[in-house]
Design a protein around this ligand. Sequence first.
Ligand SMILES: CC(C)(COP(=O)(O)OP(=O)(O)OC[C@H]1O[C@@H](n2cnc3c(N)ncnc32)[C@H](O)[C@@H]1OP(=O)(O)O)[C@@H](O)C(=O)NCCC(=O)NCCS
Length: 389
Amino acid sequence: MRKVALVGAGVSKFGVRKASYRDLVWEAGKACFDSIPGVKPKDIEGLVVGSVMPERTAFQSHISSMAAEALGIRPTALSARTEHMCASGTVGIRYAYAFIAAGLADLVMVLGVEKLNQPSGDEAILNMGTGVDREWEAAFGLTAPPCFALAAQRHMAAYGTTEEQLALVGVKNHTHASKNPNAHFNKGATLDQVLGSRMIASPLRLFMCSPITDGAAAVIVASEDRARALTDTPVWIRGSGQALDGFQLTSLHEDYAHWPAMQRASASAYKAAGVGARDIDVAEVHDCFAIAELIAYEELGFCAKGEAGPFVAAGRSDYGGDVVVNPRGGLIGCGHPLGATGVAQAAEVFAQLRGEAGARQVPDAEIGLTHNNSGMGEHIVMIYGREWA
Ligand SMILES: CC(C)(COP(=O)(O)OP(=O)(O)OC[C@H]1O[C@@H](n2cnc3c(N)ncnc32)[C@H](O)[C@@H]1OP(=O)(O)O)[C@@H](O)C(=O)NCCC(=O)NCCS
């Protein structure tokens, strides 16, 4: 396999945006091209677009061709869309990585985009019911918030995790988001605010949930030769893994607080990268709800099973701790425009490993990890390095 690196990255402003779907593509695409002046649209050989439900929200399909035309890209090697619910963007990066590693292209853009608040945020919540089993779960009200609430209740019962420990994830990620001008929320949050926010699905309160967000992000992925010619500071893709336990919550999880597929996905990524959990300096994990971040600490190996509550309470996932988790604000603070999320996570790790993250910079960050889940049963992990090995 050839070595593969990120050489450029850019994100749009996240939030409830007036911008159209195409405006978001333009905003992230332009920011990405601006980050690497040596690359013009005509140089891009492939475009992969992660997007979950443009047919339902923007009444648009045929997405990668639309985005290519909008950005002036004429793909010669690859043009595709990835739809894999909340992990769509990272799946797109894996496609580009494999394609370049196999020698089929040298320069591919991966763009993630979602315009959820159209026609309204309420309708987006309804639309997101398509991501769980329509016949056996969504029809009975088992959409994402209650699914993750069941995991939280199980974690609390099994390990004594407290509502305050869940709330501390919300405090940390809203506080991180306050240093990110592109985040959905910029005001930060105190423990009292998180614990006093309205209940969504017990024990998950509003500030422990990701919101309904519009946004886009893009990265440029390059072969080793092209990366070295374009920049002195490429960010190498060191490893990647993906694993599935199941689609249905109700039939496929013996214990909602254990997500073994995340362990398997991270084991593959750590093995390929030649690193372990203790080597990770910065991690962007899929905190669609606070409990998801706690379980991620455990399944990614940052702490032992059942120890995530004390881990966050001791500040071990914050600046000055073992690993800085979600410096851009995570999905809770930054927002979760489904298809854009995984690409925005990669853009953050790209900035962090190049020392370009400004007020959010994790000191001396050398190895970064991104994690997405799609539902609770499927996980995808990428590991990036400032150096190749
Ligand atoms: C939590 C949730 C139900 C709240 O939706 P809602 O009750 O319709 O809230 P609204 O959109 O009416 O917003 C009302 C207020 O709450 C704020 N708000 C909405 N979601 C918020 C969140 N997650 N965190 C903090 N504030 C939030 C809004 O900014 C708004 O504030 P304002 O009155 O100052 O403008 C919704 O954001 C949601 O479904 N989130 C989960 C999304 C999801 O499942 N993603 C997939 C994950 S796998």
